[in-house]
Design a protein around this ligand. Structure first.
Ligand code: ATP
Length: 479
């Protein structure tokens, strides 16, 4: 476990050192749980976003994409239930003033019990917690924390406040402050932008049920306990898809999307044992079935994606609050109805952390008498920020000219990186550290035979290939 905590710390440092992710406004000491993506991080994130977008829209017959605004009419959030329900029960330690999410506090205690071999007690505790949360029994939750004598990690005391709910939505003002400005929210999820556009998209696209609408965009949540790097942020990006179906078919479509989404994860080359499904016991206010796809992060198995059977909750409420008819006419059944919905919702930043966790490797390359090591990011080539490094062995003798010709031929097709400084060994290591799957070296022999050396990141194998083959080799791996 200590190692894994260390691994997360190593990933955080590596991301900063190599231009992947920086704390936001770092020159002012940063802003808690807000991060900026640097030159390689933004490429990696874009590649993941594009891969999701392509597999969900371009490669799927019945799904189209939209891009809705972050600001929405405030009634949207009344209808969606977020104004009334989007909150977490929290408890403060009165001595340290530290605020905890009640479920996190109890889960951490259950983990500790399990580590001591008291699995039955831990399971019992979690079952009681789920029951109390489902009943919104705050007094019961406080009693449970007190009974178990759970302590604050800062003060070491059990001097707890009452359990209270905190709404997670950020709000701001639309219009000037002096006039009667109206309060609006920064969207806490992208899904509602899809629901309010359901009819626009269905009618203009002449879409027939079942069909889906996908969207990628920013979401904002005033997370009280924000930690673990980009796992839990206050500003983050979601990739969501709402699949509209006939009422009564939700069970099969729920199973279909569970399978389909797991397949997508496995297509990233991540082994199945690093994933598991976690079925929700306590269902959100909108769901009739829900599960998470959990990935084994360095800090343990945690949610990366949610799959929710949302019934007609959202459309029904929007219909009621807007007083606009949102039903669909099913020509086959000759019937009007409000479609049911299966949602798949994955955090883009969490996926970046998943890909980084899976790719990060400190490799010992020591041989007899010589100590050596490297840090390598073994990204799937299609997600790597840079696909090909073009490295002339020396800065003279016509080698840079050949290298630049290769660069011109390849750069319209995929991202290349050109470098002539430093020893070739150092240049390879820098490319390993940002996860570049292919490096080619142009040497004196290349002038004679139009061949270059290609070096593969993971195996570090090298071979001579003809210059015209470079593009094909790279493209085969990244498409
Ligand atoms: P959690 O239980 O971790 O708070 P959630 O169940 O509230 O997550 P959903 O509302 O289902 O999450 O959101 C869907 C996805 O959005 C999550 O699976 C996660 O990948 C991502 N996500 C949610 N909150 C955050 C956040 N604060 N920072 C980064 N990603 C997030």
């Amino acid at each position: 476990m200590a190692n894994d905590v260390q691994k997360l710390q190593s990933i955080i440092s590596h991301c900063k050192e190599y231009g992947f992710i920086f704390p936001s406004s770092e020159i002012y000491d940063g802003l808690s749980a807000v991060y900026d993506y640097g030159q390689y991080g933004s490429e990696l994130k874009k590649n993941i976003r594009d891969y999701w977008w392509k597999s969900m829209t371009q490669l799927h017959d019945h799904i189209v994409g939209i891009d809705a605004a972050i600001f929405m009419h405030p009634t949207t959030w009344k209808a969606s239930g977020h104004v009334d329900n989007f909150s977490d029960p929290m408890i403060d330690n009165k001595d340290s003033q530290k605020r905890y999410r009640v479920d996190h506090l109890l889960e951490a205690y259950a983990d500790a019990l399990e580590a001591e071999g008291k699995k039955a007690e831990a399971d019992d505790l979690l079952a009681t917690m789920d029951r109390l949360l489902a009943a919104s029994d705050f007094e019961g939750l406080k009693k449970l924390i007190e009974e178990k004598k759970i302590k604050c990690s800062v003060s070491g005391t059990s001097n707890w406040s009452e359990v209270r709910q905190f709404n997670l939505m950020f709000s701001t003002q639309l219009g000037s402050v002096s006039e009667e400005a109206s309060e609006i929210y920064l969207r806490p999820e992208t899904a509602q932008g899809i629901f309010v556009n359901f009819q626009n998209v269905q009618k203009t696209g002449r879409l027939k049920i079942p069909f889906g609408i996908a969207q990628v965009g920013k979401a904002f949540r005033n997370e009280i306990v924000a930690r673990q790097f980009i796992f839990r942020m206050r500003e983050f990006e979601q990739m969501e898809m709402q699949f509209f179906i006939r009422p009564g078919t939700q069970k099969e479509w729920y199973e279909y999307w569970k399978k389909e989404r797991m397949q997508w994860h496995l297509s990233l080359g991540i082994p199945p044992e690093k994933y598991r499904f976690h079925d929700h016991v306590k269902l959100a206010h909108y769901a009739d079935a829900a599960c998470d796809i959990e990935y084994e992060f360095p800090m343990g198995f945690k949610e990366v994606e949610g799959i929710h059977s949302r019934t007609d909750f959202d459309l029904k409420n929007h219909q009621e609050y807007s007083r606009k008819k949102l039903t669909y006419f099913d020509t086959e059944l000759n019937q009007h109805y409000l479609p049911y919905v299966i949602e798949t919702s994955i955090g883009l930043d969490r996926t970046v952390l998943m890909i980084l966790s899976e790719a990060y490797l400190e490799e010992d390359l020591s041989t007899e008498g010589k100590k050596d090591s490297r840090v390598v990011l073994r990204f799937p080539p299609k997600l790597a920020p840079v696909k090909l490094a073009i490295l002339p062995l020396v800065k003279k003798d016509g080698l840079p000219e050949i290298a630049r010709e290769i660069l011109s031929a390849c750069r319209p097709h995929f991202r290349c990186f050109y470098e002539e400084k430093d020893t070739i060994g150092k240049r390879y290591r820098r490319m390993d550290a940002i996860g570049t799957p292919f490096c080619i070296t142009i040497d004196h022999q290349s002038r004679e035979d139009q061949m270059v050396t290609i070096r593969y990141r993971d195996s570090m194998q090298q071979e001579r290939i003809p210059i015209p083959q470079i593009r094909e080799i790279v493209e085969k791996e990244i498409l």
